[in-house]
Each structure stands twice: as structure tokens, then as C-alpha cells.
Write a new protein. Structure first.
Length: 232
């Protein structure tokens, strides 16, 4: 089949007229489909359409809508901030986690206090992990204390995420914390440490640690450490 005939058979993007009925449908599956199709239209219009769906009665619809705010929120960051702060108080952990992810993507540091309150009060590891990742993405060093607490979490996924976030933060106070995990028995922890230490290559202790990790028995750890060591 020629490329021209293949192109002609391609399904055209959905139009606004086609999407609106989906968003208004009583069927939550249709609403989710409509949310996903909003990527095909003007972002400013899409943001206005997605806003009410962030408080939809269906959890899956709210999750899909809040997740999309990560890209559409650029249209109105003030409005996006209020939507996502409200979503942090949602009854469903998945929606709370999606709100944290979107806040990180938009770097809305105005929500730092709300994120810290949620981290301290939620029992959900998924929410904690999303908050930790969000704080690393934001890059605001006022989040250091929370990340210092998170790295000592009993949940390994939260702890490993905190190691990565501390590297993204680039605060030199993180160096001794990261170095204390460089000899972990878990290769995934050592790998994340090797990645995080790349932000502090001018430090002598970091250079020594990267040199040692570059000889690690796990190939991906050794390669990551070697790459960061040579980049210094």
C-alpha cells in the first residue's frame, strides 16, 4: 500500500463539535474518551472544558481530568493552582497523586504547604511518592526538610523517589544523606544514588563515591556513575 493511500485512510482528529457531547455524556467512559480527545483542540478551549470535570462524580473521570491539567494548566496557572489544590483534598488517593504530578509538571510552588500537609497526613504510599517526585521536579529548596524525612521512609519506593528528588533539588545539604545510601544492598538504590550524585560532581566526597560506584557489580549502576564521573 502506498503512503498516499495510507494517509488518506487515517482517521481525522476529533472536532470540538464531536468532543462536547462526550464530555456531557452520562456514560463515564464517554467522558473519559472526550477528555483524552481534548489534546486535539485549542489548549485554551480544552482547559475551560476540562475544568468542571476535575470535580466529576466519577473517580476515573476526575483522575483523567486532573492528569490532563499537567499540560493544559499552562493556559491559566492561577486557575490550575486552585483546581489542583482542591484535588489534593480529593477522597481518592489516585486523584490526589495525579494532582501532585500535575503540580510538579507546572512547577506550581505556591502549593508547597498543601503538599507538605498532605504528605504528613496521608497513609497512602502512592500519594507520598507522587508528592516526593513533585517536589524534586519543582526544584524549590524549601522542600529539603520534607525530602530529608522521606528518604528515611519505611516504604522503599518513597525512599528511592526521595533520593532522586534530592538530586534534582541540587541542595548541597543532601550530599551526606545520599552518600549514606551509596553502599546499599539494593542495586536500585545505588543506581538512584549514582544518578542523584551527578548534581554535585564538584564535591570531593561525591567524586570518590562515583568512582567506587563506577566499579559496581550491577552494570547499569556502574554505567550511570561512570557517565556522571566523566561529565565532571
Amino acid at each position: 500500500m502506498s503512503s498516499s493511500s495510507s494517509d488518506s485512510s487515517a482517521t481525522p482528529p476529533a472536532t470540538l463539535e464531536q468532543i462536547r457531547p462526550m464530555l456531557d455524556s452520562e456514560n463515564f467512559g464517554d467522558r473519559i474518551k472526550g477528555i483524552n480527545l481534548l489534546r486535539n483542540i485549542d489548549p485554551a478551549i480544552a482547559f475551560n472544558l476540562i475544568t468542571p470535570l476535575c470535580s466529576d462524580t466519577n473517580t476515573r473521570v476526575r483522575y483523567a481530568a486532573v492528569s490532563q491539567v499537567s499540560s493544559l494548566g499552562e493556559q491559566d496557572k492561577s486557575a490550575a493552582l486552585e483546581i489542583l489544590k482542591t484535588a489534593l483534598t480529593d477522597s481518592e488517593p489516585d486523584v490526589q497523586a495525579a494532582a501532585a504530578d500535575s503540580l510538579g509538571a507546572l512547577k506550581l510552588t505556591e502549593a508547597l504547604d498543601d503538599l507538605q500537609v498532605l504528605y504528613q497526613n496521608t497513609p497512602e504510599w502512592l500519594v507520598k511518592m507522587s508528592i516526593v517526585a513533585c517536589l524534586g521536579e519543582m526544584g524549590d529548596r524549601t522542600a529539603f526538610d520534607l525530602l530529608q524525612s522521606a528518604i528515611a521512609s519505611d516504604n522503599s519506593l518513597v525512599s528511592v523517589s526521595a533520593i532522586g528528588a534530592l538530586g534534582e533539588l541540587g541542595d548541597s545539604r543532601a550530599i551526606p544523606l545520599l552518600l549514606s545510601y551509596a553502599d546499599s544492598e539494593d542495586w536500585q538504590v545505588r543506581h538512584r544514588v549514582a544518578q542523584a550524585l551527578g548534581a554535585f560532581k564538584e564535591n570531593a566526597e561525591v567524586s570518590t563515591a562515583l568512582e567506587k560506584l563506577s566499579q559496581d557489580e550491577t552494570e547499569i549502576v556502574a554505567e550511570t556513575a561512570q557517565r556522571n564521573r566523566l561529565a565532571s
